[in-house]
Design a protein around this ligand. Structure first.
Ligand code: GLA
Length: 390
């Protein structure tokens, strides 16, 4: 008996019972990530200015908390194997940058890779997992995005478990963002390893397109969420990839549809645009609190596609308090007419005539569920409504 107790105590003490840090992402993480807009062209001035803009433009107060520096901040390892930040681009060092981010009331995110090199050929963490985790803890890192390039013959579950354990051992709570692009179905194994996992290949800045290497536009990502919604839940999220809102290609209608559907999926919301130069419209899209509340709903249930009639799709998401969200999306380039009776039963959810209906983009009450939803949806438009019990 005593021996068993001793073994259990040793396991705890040595971290053999490592786990992910619980309760760090009870709702999908929100923030900003450098990759979509800046790629490798980042430096500490940009990051500091982005932290300032997150505060001054109201992003932080709307819930965007994590400022994540993606690939290319790192350049080499020193003679002791410690990861070294690019001294030209980050002359003040990562600890000082993290302190600045924290001083703005934000959280500090960083990027590495489970392979020998990152996707841009910078040093990866393979073989240095525990050392890197200790370094991140010393720098005050709160969030790690961990990529999958150059992973060799590693098993994905084992590789991500190793980094999870390393982070846990280092002792500083870190949100662990798995980024293996859905290739080995992380939704089936990652629930106890990470707080979020990329479910698809990289987003491309387009509404409707697909690339030969697997990159996907907004619609192509949405299509990959028809079957995996049930795997998402409180503390462990399907990640539909970073936002392209405000990056100059999508129309405002497409941007609203993009953000609405990411919220319907309870996806993490990482803005990916230049926050210093946002138009008033971009700010109003990204900070629409009624839409963000659907994403952050505490039940954490991902939407299901309820109906599909040619280019019109209707998605449905149960919300806390017996409420529901619906998204009507027009994928096509011709207008569609809506005349939809919402009184129905979807799975176990009963929708009767006793709901108030609110348009979450127009911020306007539309009446009750006793009446049909009527109107027109132009090309690539969305109607996002919330039904609350009277
Ligand atoms: C991969 C990831 C992207 C980004 C780049 C950086 O492609 O999926 O999100 O992090 O690497 O190199």
């Amino acid at each position: 008996m005593k021996t068993k107790l001793l073994i259990v105590l040793i396991c705890f003490a040595t971290g053999l019972f490592a786990q992910k840090f619980e309760d760090l992402a009870k709702t999908p993480p929100m923030g900003w990530n450098s990759w979509n807009k800046f790629g490798c062209d980042i430096n500490e001035t940009i990051i500091r200015e982005m932290a300032d803009s997150m505060v001054s433009k109201g992003m932080r107060d709307a819930g965007y908390l994590y400022l994540v520096i993606d690939d290319c901040w790192q350049i080499s390892r020193d003679s002791l194997g410690n990861i070294v930040a690019d001294p030209q681009r980050f002359p003040s060092g990562m600890k000082s940058l993290g302190d600045y981010i924290h001083s703005r009331g934000l959280k500090f995110g960083i990027y590495s890779d489970a392979g020998t090199a990152t996707c841009q050929g910078r040093p990866g963490s393979r073989g240095y997992e525990f050392q890197d985790a200790r370094t991140y803890a010393a720098w005050g890192v709160d969030y790690l995005k961990y990529d999958w390039c150059n992973h060799g013959k590693q098993n994905s579950e084992a590789a991500y478990t190793l980094m999870r354990d390393a982070l846990y051992k280092a002792g500083r709570p870190v949100v662990f963002s798995i980024c293996e692009w859905g290739t080995t179905k992380p939704w089936e194994w990652a629930k106890n390893i990470g707080h979020l996992w990329r479910s698809t290949e990289d987003i491309i800045n387009c509404f409707d397109c697909k690339n030969y290497w697997g990159g996907s536009g907004v619609l192509q990502i949405i299509d990959q969420f028809t079957d995996i919604g049930s795997y998402t839940g409180v503390g462990h999220w399907n990640d539909a990839d970073m936002l392209e809102v405000g990056n100059g290609v999508l129309t405002p209608e497409e941007e609203r549809l993009h953000l609405s559907m990411w919220a319907m999926f309870s996806s993490p919301l990482m803005a990916g645009n230049d926050l210093r130069k946002m138009s008033a419209e971009t700010v109003s899209i990204l900070t629409n609190r009624e839409v963000l509340a659907v994403d952050q709903d505490k039940l954490g249930i991902s939407a299901i596609r309820w109906m599909k009639y040619a280019d019109l799709e209707i998605w449905f998401k149960p919300l806390d308090g017996g409420a529901y969200a619906f998204c009507f999306i027009n994928r096509g380039s011709l207008p569609v007419t809506l005349n939809e009776d919402l009184k129905t039963t979807i799975k176990k959810y009963v929708i009767d005539a006793n709901f108030l209906v609110r348009d979450l983009w127009k911020h306007k009450d539309l009446g009750s569920s006793a009446e049909n939803i009527k109107g027109n949806l132009g090309a690539h438009e969305v109607l996002m409504i919330k039904l609350s019990r009277k």
